[in-house]
Design a protein around this ligand. Sequence first.
Ligand code: NAD
Length: 292
Amino acid sequence: MAERLTGHTELIGLMAYPIRHSSSPAMHNEAFAYLGLDYAYLAFEVDNSTLEDAVKGLRALKLVGSNVSMPNKTVVGQYLDHLSPAAELCGAVNTITNDNGVLTGHITDGIGFMQALKDYDIDPIGKKMTIAGAGGAATAIEIQAALDGVKEISIFNIHDKFWDNAVETVRKINEKTDCKAALYDLDDKEQLRKEIEDSYMLVNATGMGMKPLEGQTWLPDTSYLRPDLICCDTVYAPLETKFLSMAREVGCKRQNGLGMMLFQGAAAFKLWTGRDMPIEHMKEVLNIKYGD
Ligand code: NAD
């Protein structure tokens, strides 16, 4: 490390709270070292109360950029100069680039999800996706899927604080893309069955399946699934959620959230460095297995 970090080393940050558990620093620093790039990636405990100062600091210290995670994703946009089209549509930012003091907000979560599908020979373009969720991850996936050419998206969510967000997402997708989107109540299980029936893939983008909702799913039973339905989860801890274990029982092709995590990082890496993240090396070193 003493040899690697010099007076020339460029810094990339991660601004979130809590953040000490994040695997992003290990991922990016490993990729920098592997490719011999003179960057370092560090996590900073930043919440909404210190976010504006942190962005000013990023500008003043000429950081190459930063990742942004909860609780800052939907708040940081106001402190930046530009937003990418997807970040604008999502109303959220997870990556900042610094182009000589001009800060642009991007969202790579949806790109990461779509790229992970491609990496595992799953191709939803021109097909129908049913997805549960209306929070940050779900919105990024829904918007990117629509931008990339998924033909139809049926979104399910419970009537909680995220419902209005889903109404907005559906409106934006229908207005601004060629994709046809609709929103349904996740408690309407007959509608859920109907939408899954002619879907190519089914996605969990809710917090169900991870702590504190570990071992739970909104899918009532395996009769909703069929062997040729692709089942994907955004959750990666645990690697196999209740939803994915039900999909395994039925023999569905499955993917957990590790692929999305890896490829959202790879998309940010490319924005900062102009280089492709060494994906196969990262999978090996970080023991990333996201398919069956
Ligand atoms: P969020 O808080 O923005 O959204 C939470 C979502 O879960 C909402 O749709 C909410 O309605 C739903 N939900 C919460 N409790 C529920 C319940 N009891 N029943 C049904 N639905 C419920 O969170 P987020 O950032 O969008 O994260 C959602 C999931 O995506 C999490 O599991 C997270 O781990 C995962 N995620 C993965 C990645 C990745 O790279 N793989 C990135 C971001 C998030």
